[in-house]
Design a protein around this ligand. Structure first.
Ligand code: NAD
Ligand code: USQ
Length: 382
């Protein structure tokens, strides 16, 4: 299958591009490299040294003989995007290319505006490019579990059957996102659903949980293929961040009580979920939603698991409940459904001590690169 991976230089996109290429798909990457620029803006870095994109794909070709073509440009430059569509004639378009940090979107007005215009308008351009140039192309769009928020009922996969005043309907599941970033995913969802309805586009919205880990079998093949690993207070996510904090002897920063619960998955499952979606395309006109996660944990549980594994390695790990910089529910019900990807063949890599140990070992290898000052969160919601 001819597949474009937009955002293919990023944390999820790079290992996905490699995995799809290994499976025999004809892969090309679109990326404007803005994530590398944001590292400069924040005076931050990936824990792992990451090679330039051109070097990465050259190494992949050298090792495997497989070519991944790259297009450096912005989804918001429509002329650029249409040129890529004409050249590649994609059968699937995997869309990772958005600003993905909730804290970054909450820095100030300018960062909120950037996040919303980059994400919502970029996605709208992709919808138009599919409509005008590749109407059969399957859009595989990365959404987020955070679109649903933390309702006091079970979270379904995209839709819920509601009975109201004696009548029944299946409606989009209510959305209660927790940041201007998470809101962009809700806006995207509505735009995609509408485009499917009016133009007959086929789309799968993957409401992904928080991804942990960094390496897959492919990224481990050579140091040049190593994936990025974020740790700072803006882009670092729970669990990966906790393990890195443990690696450098920093307190594990649980925000508030730590009772807040989220859905998680291993990066090794991310790449497989994309393959499953690609191999089982949505029908023409169908807007399909899969909840892409394998397990849920409270933040407190993750901190405790990290502490245990770090101590087994002889590290000192202290859990510190710091004032929550976000406005979010801490004590809440959380039970989300995730059967659709499993029914299509996903075999989850679950979170074990061995998995935690593996990520911690990777973090320890590069711990000298970590800039201590970036670890504490500085962005507040209010
Ligand atoms: P990332 O920031 O590492 O990668 C995103 C990539 O997209 C970057 O390489 C960036 O340069 C590129 N990009 C951004 N805007 C672009 C544009 N307008 N044009 C072209 N390229 C652009 O993020 P990630 O962690 O790999 O996340 C990928 C996707 O998955 C995002 O949409 C994110 O919202 C979603 N997601 C991520 C997680 C997670 O835990 N990392 C969880 C759920 C959902
Ligand atoms: N948290 C801590 N301590 C930390 C960091 C985070 O307690 O040091 C808490 C946060 O308060 C929050 C939870 O952990 O309650 C998750 O925070 P996070 O930064 O790991 O994740 P989030 O901001 O939700 O965003 C990440 C990705 C985003 C993706 C989302 C999936 O950056 O792209 O969409 O996870 S989800 O959470 O399912 O919406």
């Amino acid at each position: 299958m001819r597949i474009i991976v937009a955002g293919g230089d990023g944390f999820c996109g790079w290992p996905t591009a490699l995995y799809l290429s290994k499976q025999g798909h004809d892969v090309s990457i679109i990326d404007n490299l803005v994530r590398r620029d944001i590292d400069d803006e924040l005076h931050s870095n990936s824990v792992t040294p990451i090679a330039p994109l051109e070097e990465r794909v050259e190494k992949w070709k050298e090792i495997t003989g497989k070519e991944i073509r790259t297009y450096i440009g912005d989804l918001n430059h429509y002329d650029f995007l249409t040129q890529v569509f004409k050249q590649e004639r994609p059968e699937a378009f995997v869309h990772f290319a958005e600003q993905r940090s909730a804290p970054y979107s909450m820095i100030d007005r300018a960062h909120a505006v950037y996040t919303q215009s980059n994400n919502v308008l970029g996605n709208l351009n992709v919808l138009y490019a599919i409509k005008e140039l590749a109407p059969d192309c399957h859009l595989i769009k990365l959404g987020t579990m955070g679109e649903y928020g933390q309702p006091n009922i079970d979270i379904e996969e995209g839709y819920i059957e509601i009975e109201h005043k004696g009548r029944k309907d299946t409606l989009p599941y209510p959305k209660q996102p927790g940041s201007f970033y998470h809101l962009t995913k809700v806006h995207d969802t509505h735009n995609i659903m509408f485009a499917c309805k009016i133009w007959g586009i086929r789309a799968t919205d993957l409401n992904q949980g928080i991804v942990y880990g960094l390496n897959t079998d492919e990224t481990r093949m050579d140091p040049v293929l190593t994936n990025r690993l974020d740790y700072d207070g803006v882009f670092g996510t729970a669990l990966n961040r906790f393990l890195i904090q443990a690696a450098i002897g920093h307190d594990i920063t649980v925000y508030g009580s730590g009772s807040q619960t989220r859905a998680f998955l291993n990066i090794k499952d991310t790449v497989r979920c994309i393959e499953i979606a690609a191999n089982n395309p949505a029908e023409q006109g169908e807007f399909r939603v899969f909840n892409q996660f394998t397990e849920s944990f409270s933040v407190k549980e993750l901190a405790e698991m990290t502490k245990k594994v770090a101590e087994q390695k002889g590290l000192t790990a202290t859990i510190s409940n710091i004032e929550n910089p976000r406005v979010e529910k801490e004590n809440h019900y959380y039970n989300a459904v995730n059967t659709k990807l499993i029914d299509l063949g996903l075999e989850p890599h679950l979170l074990t001590d061995e998995v935690l140990d593996e990520i911690l070992t990777d973090a320890l290898q590069y711990k000298e690169r970590i800039i201590q000052d970036n670890v504490i969160p500085k962005v507040k919601w209010k």
